[in-house]
Design a protein around this ligand. Structure first.
Ligand SMILES: Cc1cc2nc3c(=O)[nH]c(=O)nc-3n(C[C@H](O)[C@H](O)[C@H](O)COP(=O)(O)OP(=O)(O)OC[C@H]3O[C@@H](n4cnc5c(N)ncnc54)[C@H](O)[C@@H]3O)c2cc1C
Length: 490
């Protein structure tokens, strides 16, 4: 396909808006970096992407981490916000090789009695599955499920922006500001409360903190709309599709190009840094005002993760066979157990029985492992920068719901937070969300300026900016648009 046929170019040409004399440098090729590079390229800028690692994609890479032929997602594995991203959805990524695979159900949550609660994609099916709590679940989720497109645009941008759907957002705010524990009180059954706890624990907050409930809803609503899909071939397929589309605009992508200082870059009109505040201070320090440097220095990182990738000789032998219907399985038991696990981590401790997020992609995507073999991806939250290996505790949680799991393991690759950071400098202390997401850093992420910095041409744009962590590209999309409007292109 020729460059001019790239979607978005023709309308710009017609409006005479191509400005190839302007140039931008994007530092980092994670999903946010690639999203921004595409927005800038669509607006007609010459874009160079510089990536420190040997492979593009940041935390959206798929690598042979254990044995030959076993493909593991280094970072993101399951992509509700990737499939539901307003920006990614506007791009012809399917034409560039991206295929979303949906497991029959988005999520399973096994319990000690040998059964599992399954979150179905269809809201009516979920209502049936949740029995006495079905009605309450539907009442909580339906307004946002029915207006998903508007809702996604609202929640995937800075919170302080003027809402385009004030009633919808007021409704969300009234519920979501509460803690997960408060929201879970709507449910009569301990089983439903446990399911909600697992969803809310994605927040890295204590389940008694405000906003933890919001995360529960932000995970559940897409499960009932766009689903929790995995890309065929792994998250690298999303990265590759974004790169292929980007290269149609003539943009350049350079790997093994770590930027140690912005002083080494030639004169670009814009420099978009897909790094976290600590790294920005290091590479841009002198070019930033003292007061802005001070604000960045006050930015707080969240807990880290301890991750294990497995090569398996068979599917995981779940006690509850329903778990085989879902690509994602939450292992933590009851609401109180999951709450205790997350509270320990918030207090800088290691949970005795950690809440484990597990993905089993090869059950639904045969390209991930040799015939008859399987992969699994599992992590739990640990204090930021923890050096302690919690493999035994993590595997005890898998064995608890899948006795005999150990016998299935052909090989494993263990990552403590420092290992993750050594493969992606943005994972500071193993923080996969680019910084803590409490009320202060929800509103001012990383500062009140959001994407802009004290230097006119420099922008910060990683998951440390709104709307935060996850593969959705919306930090990059908004940052690039902010930069373009300051440049006078929009
Ligand atoms: C273990 C793990 C599991 C996750 N699971 C999920 C999931 O299932 N679903 C989901 O949606 N999200 C998940 N995430 C979160 C998600 O991957 C991130 O929030 C997302 O990738 C952030 O995108 P980004 O572009 O801001 O940064 P990253 O993807 O981290 O990319 C940053 C890039 O910048 C590069 N870089 C940094 N400094 C420099 C420099 N000085 N010079 C040049 N390049 C530099 C890095 O090498 C990296 O490639 C997970 C993350 C991890 C680590």
């Amino acid at each position: 396909m020729s460059r001019d046929r790239a979607r978005g170019i023709e309308p710009l040409l017609n409006r005479g808006e191509l400005r190839l004399s302007r140039s931008a440098c994007v530092i980092g090729s994670g999903p946010n970096g690639l999203a921004a590079a595409i927005v800038l390229a669509q607006a007609g800028l010459q874009v160079d992407v510089l990536e420190a690692e040997t492979t593009l994609g940041g935390a959206a890479r798929t690598l042979e981490l254990t044995l030959p032929g076993f493909l593991h997602d280094f970072g993101s594995a399951v992509h509700p916000l990737g499939a539901g991203s307003p920006f990614f959805s506007s791009l012809p990524l399917r034409e560039h090789g991206l295929e979303w695979i949906h497991s029959p159900a988005p999520l399973a949550h096994p319990l000690d009695d040998g059964t599992a609660l399954v979150l179905e994609r269809d809201l009516t099916d979920t209502k049936v599955a949740l029995g006495a709590d079905g009605e309450a679940w539907v009442k909580l989720m339906r307004p946002f499920v029915e207006q998903w497109a508007d809702f996604a645009r609202e929640v995937l941008r800075p919170v302080l922006s003027f809402p385009r759907h004030p009633l919808l957002m007021a409704r969300f705010g009234m519920t979501a500001l509460f803690s997960a524990r408060t929201i879970a009180r709507r449910f009569r059954s301990e089983r439903t409360r446990a399911l909600f706890a697992g969803l809310a624990a994605h927040s890295f907050l204590s389940l008694d903190e405000p906003l933890s409930g919001a995360m529960g809803m932000l995970m559940a609503v897409p499960a009932h709309t766009v689903g929790w899909p995995i890309p065929r071939g792994g998250s690298q397929s999303l990265t590759n599709a974004l790169c292929r589309y980007l290269s149609m605009f003539g943009s350049t992508l350079k790997t093994s190009s770590r930027v140690e200082s912005l002083a080494t870059l030639r004169n670009y009109d814009l420099i978009l840094c897909y790094v976290t505040p600590r790294q920005l201070l290091k590479i841009a320090g002198e070019r930033l005002s003292k007061s802005y440097q001070h604000q960045l220095a006050g930015y707080r990182y969240g807990p880290g993760v301890f991750k294990v990738d497995y090569a398996l000789n068979c599917p995981i032998p779940w006690k509850a066979s329903e778990c085989l219907r879902a690509a994602t399985v939450h292992l933590g038991g009851s609401f109180d157990e999951i709450a205790a696990s997350e509270l320990a981590v918030r207090h800088g401790l290691h949970a005795e029985r950690p809440f484990v997020l597990l993905a089993q992609p090869s059950l639904f995507d045969s390209s991930r492992a040799p015939e008859g073999k399987h992969t699994a991806w599992a992590y739990c939250h640990v204090p930021n920068g923890s050096k302690i290996e919690v493999q035994e505790k993590l595997e005890a949680q898998i064995e608890r719901f899948a006795p005999g799991f150990h016998d299935c393991v052909l090989a494993r690759r263990v990552f403590i937070p420092a290992d993750l950071e050594s493969m992606d400098a943005n994972l500071v202390g193993g923080d996969v969300a680019g910084g803590a997401m409490d009320i202060r850093q929800l509103l001012f992420r990383p500062t009140w300026r959001h994407y802009a910095t004290s230097a006119r041409e420099i922008y910060i744009c990683s998951a440390s900016t709104p709307p935060g962590g996850g593969v959705h590209g919306m930090c990059g999309f908004h940052a690039a648009n902010t930069a373009l409007s300051k440049l006078g292109v929009h």
